[in-house]
Design a protein around this ligand. Structure first.
Ligand code: PLP
Length: 349
């Protein structure tokens, strides 16, 4: 990997049209205080509170979240799932038909989907056979068009954390944005990269309410980065991207962190048990290590096992056509009863 000189300021990485554009200014942007009568946003005066537009910047949620994550609320962006943040990052920093993102393979599919929608080139680099970053392959792949490197840790669909030292190496040497997707970090032994934001102005950390927090149906994703990066995302997002109900329920969840922590403990306990049971099956070739709430397992014939489970009304993810994942199933850790039914079914295969 080439030696990085000085890090350019973030605005030098942003697409010019995004940097110079004037953002939409909503009624709720213009007036921020407390009033008694609101006649500024053409809302229906009945059916309170959902007759009102939500807070465009979700300050109540961000304040609570900031305290938990030990970060400034101004360094948080909230979106309609982390998928919104992925899309906005690509749109803000990558010029269509010109720039590229670098992804490791196999990984989460949304990075390349969002890139392709925006006519942004995708530069894939294969992970090592033990699913870690191949540092030697990076400099052969990225070039002057590479604006963002996406690293998913713990990685989906392999389940493991990427090596912290290698991620730091990428952060030190690459001049563009390094986005670390930590959707599964609550299930991992390693700490979040949020604590490293102060040191690396090109670092972006993604987390989500969809996994450990148990709120996939609400669609709420978190993005942590420098104030410069966050203000660019705020500039181009839809004005009211997170609805009132989602903000209320997220706040409830954040005020009861213990509930989430107890789920995580239980899921990790069940993960250990499920891995042991999977290892004993005659069809199992290899159970891969997991720092997430799912397990990647290589079996003798993954499509056949998938089909058999389907007939037993149990759905897992057949990942056998994914790079490096031949004959692999990705199995989410369920309740003890669900995991027992899965194992029982597989024992009878
Ligand atoms: C599940 C998942 C997400 C979550 O996406 P949301 O849009 O927040 O639901 C993000 N990244 C990875 C790698 C995931 O597996």
């Amino acid at each position: 990997m080439s030696k990085k000189k000085t890090l350019p300021d973030i605005n030098a990485l942003v697409r010019r049209n995004i940097l110079t554009m004037k953002p939409y200014s909503s009624a709720r942007d213009e007036f921020k205080g407390e009033a008694e009568i609101y006649l500024d946003a053409n809302e229906n005066p009945y059916q309170s509170p959902y007759n009102r537009y939500p807070d465009p910047l979700q300050w109540n949620v961000k304040k609570e979240l900031a305290a938990i994550k030990h970060i400034d609320p101004k360094q948080i962006f909230l979106g309609n799932g982390s998928d919104e943040a992925i899309d906005l990052l690509i749109r803000a920093f990558c010029e269509p038909n010109q720039d590229s993102i670098l992804i490791t393979e196999p990984t989460y599919g949304m990075y390349s989907v969002c890139a392709e929608v925006n006519a942004v080139n995708v530069q894939p680099v294969l992970l090592t056979p033990d699913f870690d970053i191949d540092l030697d392959a990076f400099p052969r792949t990225f070039d002057a068009t590479t604006k963002i490197i996406f690293l998913c840790s713990p990685n989906n669909p392999t389940g493991n954390l990427l090596s912290r030292d290698k991620i730091l190496e990428v952060l030190k040497r690459f001049y563009g944005l390094v986005v670390i997707d930590e959707a599964y970090i609550d299930f991992a032994k390693s700490k979040s990269f949020i604590d490293d934001l102060a040191k690396y102005p090109n670092l972006v950390v993604l987390q989500t309410f969809s996994k450990a927090w148990g709120l996939a149906g609400l669609r709420l994703g978190m993005c942590f980065a420098s104030e410069d990066i966050i203000s660019i995302l705020n500039k181009i997002k839809y004005p009211y991207n997170v609805n009132i109900r989602t903000q209320e329920l997220a706040l409830d969840a954040l005020e009861n962190v213990r509930v989430m922590e107890d789920w995580v403990k239980e899921i990790i306990k069940q993960r250990t048990k499920l891995m042991k049971s999977l290892e004993k099956l005659s069809i199992t070739e290899r159970v891969f290590p997991s720092d997430s709430n799912f397990i990647l397992v290589r079996v003798k014939d993954a499509p056949a096992a998938y089909q058999y489970l389907l007939e037993n009304k149990i759905i897992v993810r057949d990942r056998s056509r994914v790079t490096l994942c031949y004959n692999c199933l990705r199995i989410t850790v369920g309740t003890p009863e669900e995991n027992d039914r899965l194992i029982k079914a597989l024992e009878e295969l």
